[in-house]
Design a protein around this ligand. Structure first.
Ligand SMILES: *[C@@H]1O[C@H](CO)[C@@H](O)[C@H](O)[C@H]1NC(C)=O
Ligand SMILES: *[C@@H]1O[C@H](CO)[C@@H](O)[C@H](O)[C@H]1NC(C)=O
Length: 178
């Protein structure tokens, strides 16, 4: 249970804009290159299209790489190029290795309301930054998780797309065991 709730939190965190707060004095950062972050332990990739309503700029975690049993602070920066209306959704799939653990559609505006965040639908055009703290249970399997999230507007247009991978086998602390 703890594992699934961590995973859904992780997945939801990746959705970014639903939990976004206004980003003050941030320069527009839209580039043609998809932002890609690759490092031992975890990585993320923007699998969205250049005309997606929400452009994910960056995902930063601390500590890096994530450690089971510690709080993980996740900061997502994203730009909404159009208003995100009530009814936006996201299909989220979480896999442990090759095994699908979760495949679920989330109502983004409902999730934002439930998470009591500062920005609520409709989300206006603009740059957003969200910081979310996730308590990572110690019992997380030492294995590779992948999370993919494809967002849709209420009109079923592409909203955003993010793929995340976290490999807890890369944990530098040697004291865990299967
Ligand atoms: C995680 O954060 C909570 C709330 O801020 C705090 O009570 C807890 O001690 C933290 N856990 C760790 C392992 O730092
Ligand atoms: C939601 O936010 C309000 C205002 O910040 C706060 O008073 C309330 O306790 C929060 N509720 C939950 C469930 O976090």
């Amino acid at each position: 249970m703890a594992r699934l709730s961590f995973l859904s939190l992780l997945a939801f965190t990746a959705l970014g804009v639903a939990q976004a707060g206004p980003l003050v004095a941030q320069n527009p950062l839209i580039t043609q290159d998809a932002p890609v972050r690759t490092m031992q332990g975890w990585s993320w990739k923007d699998c969205g299209l250049p005309d997606d309503v929400v452009q994910v700029q960056s995902i930063v975690v601390s500590p890096d790489p994530p450690q089971p049993g510690q709080n993980l602070t996740v900061t997502v920066k994203a730009t909404a190029t159009e208003t995100v209306e009530e009814g936006a959704s996201a299909d989220v799939t979480v896999k442990l290795g090759l095994v699908k653990l979760l495949s679920k559609s989330f109502d983004l505006c409902d999730e934002a309301r439930n998470a009591n965040v500062s920005v609520q639908c409709p989300i206006e055009k603009g740059d957003y930054e969200v910081t979310h703290i996730v308590a990572l249970p110690n019992e997380i399997p030492r294995a590779k998780f992948s999370v993919s999230a494809q967002g849709y507007t209420v009109d079923d247009e592409n909203l955003f797309c993010v793929n995340l991978q976290v490999d807890f086998m890369k944990n530098p602390f040697p004291k865990f065991g299967w």
